[in-house]
Design a protein around this ligand. Sequence first.
Ligand code: GLY
Length: 378
Amino acid sequence: MPSADRIAKYEAALTFAQRQVQALIERSPDFFPIYTTGGRWHHAGERWTDWTGGFLVGMMWQFHRRTGERAWRERAEHYARLLEHRQHDTEVHDLGFVFLNAYRPWYELTGDRQLLQVIIQAGRTLAQRYQPKGRYLCSFIGPHSLFIDIMMNVPLIQYAANETLDADLARVAVAHCRTTRDCLVRIDGSVAHEGIFDTQTGKFLCQSTHQGLHAESAWARGLAWSLYGYSQMYGLCQAEEFREVAQRNAQYWIDHLPVDHVPWWDFHADLTLPPPRGAQKESSAAAIAASGLLDLARHAASPVLAQQYRAVACNMLDALVDPAYLAMTTPGWEGILKHGVYHTEKGLGVDESVMWGEYFFVEALTRVVLEPWESQDS
Ligand code: GLY
């Protein structure tokens, strides 16, 4: 069981997070930010891709879950409706990020079948990205490209398959996970960001990256996406082969995490160099991995592993609720968590607050606060 002191710190961080989100929606109604610039939510300019709307809504659902306040539910429903048209969006591979966070909590709270239909449609839309020759869902870059990030979105297809008993959807989800494992996940548990395929033959050609240091490096957020994505897939289809991958990812994470419990943006970054390509922390990867490890702890193959995952997750959260990362004592900062990174190469959201970091931080803290028995022994 986490100590009362730890729970109190997490509660205080969640209360601060609620204040920041409330201020954002009062200042900029119906606006879905992606990253801050100098601590202020960025309103214009490049987004690279439109993938983060579900995280703002997801935080509102988490706040409703913790406080029971009707206002958070009403806000979540309103903002979710603004994203409903995305169920038909064929431009992105990120529909899991949108609908698992904006619509799944709503459906599971109410049992409303119309909400389920939106989730199922989004799953079917995402499944259209399937490349039968290579057996993967392609990234928004093109049919030749597979991203590790898609591991966090493919659970949407598996969820839709479970709800509809559509075996074709399930086959697509499982095939994608196997191809990702075989082409992007390395023996040591680290992952590449991207795989490149020959679209004529479906043959895997090489590993690559957009957001990591280089093709052979271990981009921290990519590893967190993989860990949590395979853990979710295990939760949805109980395939031992996917739990094995999540545990391999977790072991790499644990073995390479710096002593202050927050990763550098890439596990291979040259720390003798200055930020952003050298010694740059990545708080959003820590938040995703913390929530992913708490998820994986529920499925872990042994109580010892489960205990280790919970302990590492809480160590990371302890670091993130410190003022070094939490913006609570940083005047004028509009985000919740400082020192996140979006896209180093493009110079987008580097050493800033990023919407997915905010969401997974809130999700992980809420898990510990509301389900402390799941964090026992940490
Ligand atoms: N495009 C997903 C990410 O930045 O992690």
